[in-house]
Design a protein around this ligand. Structure first.
Ligand code: TYC
Length: 115
C-alpha cells in the first residue's frame, strides 16, 4: 500500500499548486466562493475496497472509520456524497480521483453535482 500512497501523494502535489493559487486569489479579493458543489462517488464492480478507502483518506481527508463507512455506503447504495466544495476544488478532486484510478486501471468514477 506504500507505493500506492506515494503515487497518490505525487499526484496530489501536482494539483496542490492549483488549489493554493485558488486560495490566494480568493484571499486577495476577500471574497469567499460558496462551497456548494458535492463530489459523489459511484460504485463499480472492479475497483477494490482497499483502493477506494485509500482514495477517501488521501484525497478527501477522511479518517479510516469514515472512509470504510463511506466506501460501504457507496458499495451498497450505488453512490454516495464524499464532500462539499467550491466548484473548482470539487472538479480538482474529481480529476485527482480519475487520474489515480486510471493509473491503476480501475474504473472508479466520481461526479460533481450542485448541492
Ligand atoms: N463494489 C466494489 C467491490 O465490491 C467496491 C467499491 C466501493 C467500488 C465503492 C467503488 O465507489 C466504490 N470491490
Amino acid at each position: 500500500m506504500n507505493f500506492l500512497k506515494n503515487s497518490i501523494i505525487f499526484i496530489i502535489e501536482q494539483y496542490m499548486s492549483e488549489e493554493k493559487i485558488e486560495l490566494l486569489t480568493r484571499d486577495e479579493k476577500k471574497l469567499k466562493e460558496p462551497a456548494d458543489y458535492i463530489v459523489v462517488l459511484l460504485n463499480d464492480n472492479y475497483t477494490t475496497r482497499d483502493f477506494v478507502v485509500e482514495i477517501l483518506k488521501q484525497i478527501f481527508h477522511k479518517n479510516s472509520e469514515e472512509a470504510v463507512s463511506i466506501m460501504l455506503n457507496v458499495h451498497n447504495k450505488g453512490r454516495g456524497v464524499v464532500g462539499l466544495y467550491t466548484l473548482d476544488i470539487a472538479n480538482t478532486k474529481a480529476n485527482q480521483v480519475h487520474a489515480i484510478a486510471k493509473q491503476y486501471d480501475y474504473p472508479l468514477k466520481c461526479i460533481v453535482e450542485e448541492a
